[in-house]
Design a protein. Structure first.
Length: 478
């Protein structure tokens, strides 16, 4: 039901990614006059050059990797050779076709989102937007930036959701051909012969995993002592073991000081003097918020030294009329968080009831093979005494469905508060961990105990049954 106002509240949204899209949609549904300003199309980089295309590529990599592994289940692929005898066929990946498909899917998703908010009544302006004070947005809609190219939007509320871009190092400048950011991978026509991945965080690990499955030789350069330094230590160790068994070269405690072209090769120079040669290099060294030149500080919006917008739990900034959502803020850089921030910002601005964002309840996932999903407090925080809890780890090798599917790598880990047994976190390393984490997320969100979680009926046999098995193992004696 739309709210009744003496005058329609005017909302201007900068950026059409997950945060901006949800803010615009929520505002229109609540009866506000909403204008969305976007540079490249509704969905933003998350849909067009980041989340949607990368996860589509990863889905292809999973399918490619499943074919050789099927022999473990008794499924064999053979073709007759010239002598009529059975020969094992090679698995080939047409990367050009894969990339054309994922670009088409991304554009289709963007078009679907555009139609949805247009039907809701949102006005969409394609252009570059910036703040001209706390209540006005100026949009450049033309290349020449003449007076007629500018739109001025008066707003009672402004939501800034401009996202972030790949960090570029002066000594390793991407050229879009051999030295690439993750937004430039989708123009490749052939699987790289040897891909050097600089950076072992989530983005680096995901693409290293995907291209390994697609058939590339992969070298992962990590400045830390292990891959995924910010994730659960057991999960990171398991993934590193899987990578190594798959033939990946992992260079730990190695820092790339420069990357350069050398004909049809790239050369990565490490801080210890070594040089690594490959056919392509992916720079996955983090991201920077797209906040420069937006007039934020002039409008009274506080930024932190990294350029991110400081927000509170209802996505409000230091300026009451300005909110912010997504990767340009100091919150977690997740599409789900951006979407929630966008909705929360508009609900708060229009006086609707809001639940302040609780980052501790946010689940996240690393889309490697296997996937790694987490929620709540971590084991390290428990071991460091920041949280009081008990830890239980159940290997998937004991799960009957995992045995049937030939899954040997993975585990379910639960964290429960000492004494009460309240579930305070968990980790899942498994195929489709992103789907399996939800029961633990619900338990954390609603403060269920391990006994309450254990009383839920899981399907037998199922991978999710490992969650209730782990919960039963942590039974709290009354």
């Amino acid at each position: 039901m739309a709210y009744e106002f003496e005058r329609k509240q005017r909302i201007a949204v900068l950026g059409g990614g997950p945060g901006g899209y949800e803010a615009a949609l929520a505002g229109a549904q609540l009866g506000a006059d909403v204008t969305l300003v976007e540079r490249v199309g509704v969905g933003g980089s998350a849909v067009l050059t980041d989340v949607v295309p990368s996860k589509t590529l990863i889905a292809t990599a999973e399918a490619s990797g499943a074919v050789p592994g099927a022999s473990d289940l008794g499924v064999q692929f053979f073709l007759p050779n010239e002598s009529g005898r059975a020969a094992r066929p090679d698995v080939a990946v047409n990367l050009g076709a894969v990339n054309r498909r994922l670009r088409a899917l991304a554009r289709q998703q963007s078009d679907d989102m555009r139609r949805t908010i247009e039907q809701a009544g949102v006005r969409i302006v394609i252009g570059e937007g910036r703040l001209d004070g706390p209540s006005r947005v100026v949009v450049s809609t033309g290349r020449g930036r003449t007076a007629t190219d500018f739109d001025e939007i008066e707003a009672d509320t402004i939501v800034v959701a401009v996202g972030a871009s790949p960090r570029r190092l002066p000594s390793a400048q991407p050229d879009g051909e051999r030295i690439l950011t993750w937004t430039q991978l989708y123009e490749l026509e052939e699987v790289p012969e040897h891909l050097i991945v600089v950076g072992s965080g989530v983005t680096g690990a995901e693409f290293a995993s995907a291209y390994l499955a697609l058939g590339s030789e992969v070298t992962l350069v990590s400045s830390r002592d292990r891959v995924l330094p910010g994730e659960d230590a057991d999960a990171a160790a398991l993934l590193e073991d899987v990578f190594t068994r798959g033939g990946m070269h992992i260079l730990s405690r190695s820092r790339a000081v420069s990357v350069r072209r050398d004909g049809d090769e790239v050369v990565a120079e490490l801080s210890d003097g070594r040089e690594i040669r490959g056919s392509h290099c992916l720079m996955a060294v983090g991201s920077v918020p797209n906040t420069a030149g937006l007039g934020l500080e002039e409008a009274g919006v506080q930024l932190v030294p990294s350029g991110h917008i400081r927000v509170n739990r209802v996505a409000s900034t230091s300026r009451p009329s300005v909110y912010a959502a997504g990767d340009c803020t100091t919150s977690l850089p997740l599409a789900s968080v951006a979407s929630m921030q966008g909705r929360t910002a508009v609900f708060h601005a229009l006086g609707d009831a809001v639940n302040p964002l609780e980052l501790r309840n946010v689940s996240s996932n690393v889309f490697t093979q296997p996937e790694i999903a987490t929620v709540g407090w971590s084991q390290k925080q428990i071991e460091d005494g920041i949280a009081q809890g008990e830890v239980y780890k159940l290997p998937l090798s004991s799960n009957p469905r995992a045995k049937m599917q030939g899954v040997s790598d993975g585990f379910v880990k639960l964290f429960a508060r000492t004494g009460s047994g309240t579930v305070i976190g968990g980790v899942i390393a498994a195929p489709r961990a992103s789907e399996l984490i939800l029961p633990i997320t619900l338990a954390v969100e609603h403060r269920l105990t391990v006994d309450q979680l254990a009383r839920a009926f899981s399907v037998y046999p199922s991978l999710s049954g490992a969650i209730t098995d782990a919960a039963r193992a942590m039974h709290i004696v009354a």
